[in-house]
Design a protein around this ligand. Structure first.
Ligand code: C5P
Ligand code: MG
Length: 222
């Protein structure tokens, strides 16, 4: 009997054409800042899972608004189906826009997926059904540094989770749910670690080198 479309786990996007780099690191590690830099360098489409969730939370008519609000405030992970659908839709929309420029010719594309996957189920499901990821760019620094950055950001971010209470919960979720994801990809040799304690421009330089290497390796396997 032929497989039904429901059983079909062929990913939506072909990873030989679409490069997905997951960007991970604790809250306040500098993921968003560095993604913005890499967009300028390489023409990536930057998709932040947290930003997409916040937009969905306030979208009129969304059935997930309350669920997302509670998870964000409590620093817990939103059920993966919601986040994966938002990411997949955003990738489709970007490709339909037919962007021009380096890395986007002939159905190719390059995405930085920021703050994702935060939990093992998200990682496995996205790789299987949306697009097999190429690499994880992993920004590391201490909790002390992250805490002070988040409290500074909290003065102007308007985010409901940039307060000490939520931040502590986010650190706990990061250790319990996200570190296993890092370990999983590290065991496959897919993690490139960058120390994000140093000055923004130095972190940027190191991150740029990592991306250059990823593209060089990808060329060899294409
Ligand atoms: O990445 P960011 O700090 O913006 O994420 C904010 C919150 O969004 C997380 O603490 C979590 O509640 C939720 N989130 C999630 N799954 C992701 C990314 C973010 O549940 N992959
Ligand atoms: Mg962010």
């Amino acid at each position: 009997m032929p497989a039904s479309p429901i059983d079909n786990t062929t990913p939506t996007f072909d990873s030989s054409k679409i490069t997905v780099i997951y960007v991970l690191g604790g809250p306040g590690a500098g993921k968003g800042t560095q993604c913005a830099n890499l967009v300028k360098d390489f023409g990536f489409c930057h998709l932040s899972a947290g930003d997409l969730l916040r937009a969905e939370q306030t979208r009129e008519g969304s059935q997930y608004g309350e669920l997302i609000r509670t998870c964000i405030k409590e620093g817990t992970i939103v059920p993966m189906e919601v986040t994966i659908k938002l990411l997949e839709n955003a990738m489709k929309a970007e490709l339909e826009r037919k962007p021009r420029g380096e890395g986007w010719a002939d159905g190719k594309g390059r995405f930085l997926i920021d703050g994702f996957p935060r939990k093992m189920d998200q990682a496995v499901k996205f790789d299987e059904t949306v697009c097999l990821s190429t690499k994880v760019l992993f920004f590391t620094t201490t909790e002390e540094v992250m805490l002070s950055r988040l409290l500074e950001r909290g003065k102007t971010s308007g985010r409901e989770d940039d307060n000490v209470e939520s931040i502590k919960k986010r650190f706990r979720t990061y250790a319990n749910d996200t570190m296993p994801v890092i370990q999983y990809y590290a065991s496959q040799g897919k993690v490139a670690e960058v120390d994000s304690t140093v000055a923004i421009e130095d972190v940027h330089k190191a991150a740029r080198e990592v991306v250059l290497k990823i593209f060089a390796e990808k060329q060899q396997t294409a």
